[in-house]
Ligand binder design. Structure first.
Ligand code: SF4
Length: 249
């Protein structure tokens, strides 16, 4: 089983700047029978990018496909046989590093492409040595993720960058995340009709759709993302419409 994939349209933008993002896509929410998103909301669960692109293409009359089945298999392996999962992950990352060196790209890694797991908690074995987490096992590469979990113990991990993720009903956590120094990713309305605001929550808005390389973002910004896929129909408050709100005020 292969855990990591490349080729997401947004991460491909990173290739122009020399970075190749390898993503681990697990089954989000409780689709696998195991919860991978402890702080998910009604809105983000409905709008989740799990069904973006080929992951959301189903044959007529079917409700799943090979991509969804693979994500569920990987997730079950993570929960049911953690050692095998982490060994596979180590192998995949080593392979990605070799592949990228041949192609002259810098490999970077997103382990929560469609999940929100605190990977800093899980030990791994690399070259016969045990490390307290995957980030320490690979100090030579950069990892990055979005998260809705406040208080993850990652300050001591220099090669892991987290962007806090705003959603419907987590405003209090957003305020705490800002106070703790996180950039906050926020999904704004429709690209064609509602341009991103210049500022939001008193911070400059940085267009996060230009690339997926969140670890390169300036500090102290709101990372603006346009609604995609099912998020375009959101009515829960997951997608923010500051322009409309300003007009209505
Ligand atoms: S927390 Fe993220 S991965 Fe999980 S359901 Fe929400 S948007 Fe999807």
């Amino acid at each position: 089983m292969k855990l990591l994939s490349t080729g997401n349209p947004k991460t491909l933008k990173g290739l122009a700047t020399g970075y190749n993002t390898y993503i681990l896509h697990l089954a989000p929410a409780n689709l696998s029978g195991f919860e991978t998103c402890p702080k998910r909301t009604e809105g983000c669960t409905a709008a989740c990018l799990n069904t973006a692109g080929r992951g959301g293409m189903f044959k007529k009359g079917e409700t799943t496909n090979t991509i969804q089945k693979a994500r569920i298999r990987k997730t079950r392996l993570f929960f049911e046989d953690r050692v095998s999962f982490m060994n596979l992950l180590v192998k995949d990352i080593e392979l990605a590093i070799k592949q990228s060196a041949k192609l002259n790209f810098i490999p970077v890694f997103r382990l929560n492409g469609t999940s929100d797991i605190a990977f800093e908690k899980y030990e791994v074995l690399r070259n016969g040595q045990t490390y307290s987490n995957i980030f320490f096992a690979f100090p030579e590469v950069i990892f990055y993720d979005y998260t809705k979990i406040l208080g993850r113990k990652i300050n001591f991990i220099p090669n892991y960058s987290l962007t806090f993720s705003a959603a419907d009903g987590n405003d209090a956590d957003v305020q705490k995340a800002i106070a703790q120094g996180y950039n906050v990713a926020t999904v704004f309305g429709i690209k064609k009709t509602l341009p991103m605001p210049e500022t939001y929550l008193g911070r400059p808005v940085f267009n996060g759709d230009e690339s997926d390389l969140r670890f390169l973002d300036p500090k102290g910004v709101v990372v603006g993302l346009y609604a995609k896929g099912r998020a375009k129909k959101d009515t829960t408050g997951f997608v923010k419409y500051p322009t409309l709100m300003l007009k209505a005020a």
